[in-house]
Design a protein. Structure first.
Length: 251
């Protein structure tokens, strides 16, 4: 029953947003080449659905692979920083440097170094989510209650059991938060990479349609991007709930 009510609420919200969208366009008499109404956008999607779906798979590959690699590298970096003060001194400047420089500055260089294919887009996505995952997971590892570690030290002197049985479970809320942030940012990283230089993908379609002033087509691609972003976030959130059922629900 709860799921049924949840889906009903989602449908009601979507219909309300579409109605507001239609009302704003009609009331203000906004030209279609500036802000098209929902019917025009859905018509553009129907007429170009084959093209959009064909390019969608490239964005999905970049998004999913970038997410997986970014979460893996971020998790390993967080563990390394938590275990070794020496690595912490070396890795923290690298972590900050990935966020200090705007991604739009690095993306053209990645295209030059890695080409116009999937590799540069995947790396762009990894750079987008690497810092949030590392930061959230490391914060969880460093916030383990000292009393738990003191009790563990009285039972064994090895650091690995302390980490595996105490620090890691205690850090799972932070890791889950990092994964949720990464799931929300992965589509953005893939599209930014496609905007800078690509021959496939939803970002490539949006740039080309915008250059031709095909604004309804741009909105159609944008709605598809929003849809897959929400779906990807929901799937990751569902995975977190099933993989870590003991966590207090936070998202």
């Amino acid at each position: 029953m709860k799921k049924r009510h949840h889906y009903r609420d989602i449908i009601i919200i979507i219909l309300a947003l579409l109605s507001c969208w239609e009302l704003i366009v009609k009331t203000l008499r906004i030209p279609l080449f500036i802000f098209p109404d929902p019917i025009t956008v859905f018509t553009a999607f129907y007429q170009n659905s084959g093209v959009i779906i064909g390019h969608l798979r490239y964005t999905l590959i970049e998004m999913i692979l970038g997410f997986m690699i970014g979460v893996l590298l971020g998790s390993l970096s967080a563990v390394a920083i938590a275990f070794s003060p020496w690595l912490r001194r070396w890795l923290q400047p690298i972590l900050l440097s990935t966020q200090v420089l705007p991604l739009f500055v690095l993306a053209p260089l990645l295209v030059i170094w890695l080409g116009y294919g999937l590799n540069s887009k995947i790396v762009t996505t990894v750079l987008m989510i690497y810092f949030p995952v590392t930061s959230a997971f490391y914060d969880g590892l460093s916030r383990c209650k000292a009393v738990w570690l003191d009790v563990a030290k009285t039972m064994t002197s090895s650091r690995w059991p302390h980490f595996w049985h105490i620090r890691l479970p205690a850090a799972m809320p932070g890791f889950a938060s990092g994964m949720r942030i990464a799931a929300a940012m992965a589509p953005m990283g893939a599209v930014i990479g496609e905007w800078v230089g690509a021959s496939h993908g939803l970002g490539f379609l949006m740039l080309n349609a915008n250059a031709r002033m095909q604004i309804p087509f741009v909105f159609a691609v944008l709605l598809v991007l929003i849809g897959i972003s929400l779906l990807f976030y929901a799937l990751i959130n569902r995975f977190i709930r099933q993989a870590f059922p003991w966590l207090e629900e936070t998202g």
